[in-house]
Structures are given as C-alpha cells and as structure tokens.
Design a protein around this ligand. Structure first.
Ligand code: M6P
Ligand code: ZN
Length: 185
C-alpha cells in the first residue's frame, strides 16, 4: 500500500504543514460584549485581530473529528487579557481535547451549573474538556498562545448560552495575573 504523508503541526509556532488550510480571524469588533471594560473595548480599532483559527479539512458526520489550532494574540482590553469568545457545544454531551503548543495562558472551563475552573496552558499541556462544559482560552503571556483542538464535527457551537458571560475573568492587576469571580459577565 502507498505510505501517505499526513499533515503536520509545527511545534515552534503551531502552524499546520498542509495544503487546504481554512483560516478564520476574529477581530475586536466581532467580540461585542465579551470584555468587561466596554470603554476600553470601544477605544480599540474594530479591525484589531484577536485570534485566528486554522483548520484541517476532514470528513464530517457522526463519529468524525475536526482538527484546528487557535492562535490567540497577546494583549489586553483595559486590564483584561485577550481571550476567545468561548462556547458550549450545541450537542452538550460532546467533549473536546486541547493541546498547548506555544505561549502561556489559561483554559477557562465552566459547567452548566456555573462552576468554573482554570487550567494552565503551556507547550505540551493536554486538556480534556468533558461534555457539558463551556471552554475559553485566555492569553496571559507576552507571545501568541497556540493550542491545537480536536472535537466531534457534530458538536456545533452554542455561544448564546454564554451571553451573560463566564463566571471568571482574568486581569493583569498590580503586575500580577489575577482571576476574579464576577456576578454577571
Ligand atoms: C478551537 C475550537 C473551535 C473554536 C475555536 C475558537 O479551535 O474549540 O471549535 O471555534 O477554538 O473558539 P470560539 O469558537 O469560542 O471563538
Ligand atoms: Zn469546543
């Protein structure tokens, strides 16, 4: 049988070495109501890139998996670190795996009951996101945070259920990375 050269992921920068990569950039202006400091968010040009997702092409359907890498820029809106929008899966029971490639940050996980926890993301860290758990990446470092993700193609994204925001926010205050519980977003 022929031996196929599969796509690769470069450990140094998390970029895929494959053709037909699909890329989507999320800009500041797309993240309405995501950051706590609305004035600071408004002051940022709407086209400021916050993160980019690269995806491999894969078959879709029951049992199939998507593979993508999120590249989250370093930065803050006010004193709150850049983060992804974050989501539950539309198919709530479906899980996901994140794998840290470069940079340093946090993975914010939150149950349907609103219980939140944070996992440290670093090159080589493996994160098992169980079903029924919302997830968001936060870049607390000074370089791009890249993490590979694998998730069922049937999972889908549910952003609306988090319209009130996650229960934790992460800030740079007094020179320290500080996670704070928040009441409403
Ligand atoms: C990872 C995966 C994707 C997700 C992306 C960006 O690559 O979890 O499913 O779309 O991160 O996250 P979000 O959809 O929350 O903006
Ligand atoms: Zn997901």
């Amino acid at each position: 049988v022929p031996v196929i050269v599969p796509p690769g992921v470069a450990f140094l920068n998390g970029h895929f070495t494959a053709e037909n990569i699909i890329t989507k950039t999320t800009r500041s202006g797309d993240l309405v109501g995501v950051f706590q400091d609305d004035a600071a968010w408004r002051a940022l040009p709407a086209d400021t890139p916050i993160y980019q997702v690269e995806m491999l092409q894969s078959p879709q359907g029951e049992g199939e998996l998507f593979v993508g890498t999120t590249h989250l820029n370093p930065g803050r809106v006010g004193d709150e670190f850049y983060m992804t929008r974050g989501h539950f899966h539309q198919r709530r029971e479906q899980g996901e795996v994140y794998f840290g490639l470069r940079g340093s940050g946090l993975l914010l996980l939150q149950s349907e009951q609103g219980e939140a926890r944070l996992e440290q993301v670093s090159p080589g860290s493996v994160h098992i996101i169980p079903g029924n758990t919302a997830h968001r990446l936060i870049n607390t470092g000074s370089e791009v945070l890249s993490a590979l993700a694998v998730w069922p193609t049937i999972a889908g994204h549910d952003y609306a259920s988090l319209a009130q925001g996650f229960k934790q926010r992460v800030f740079l205050r007094e020179g320290k990375i500080q996670a704070k519980e928040v009441q409403n977003g």
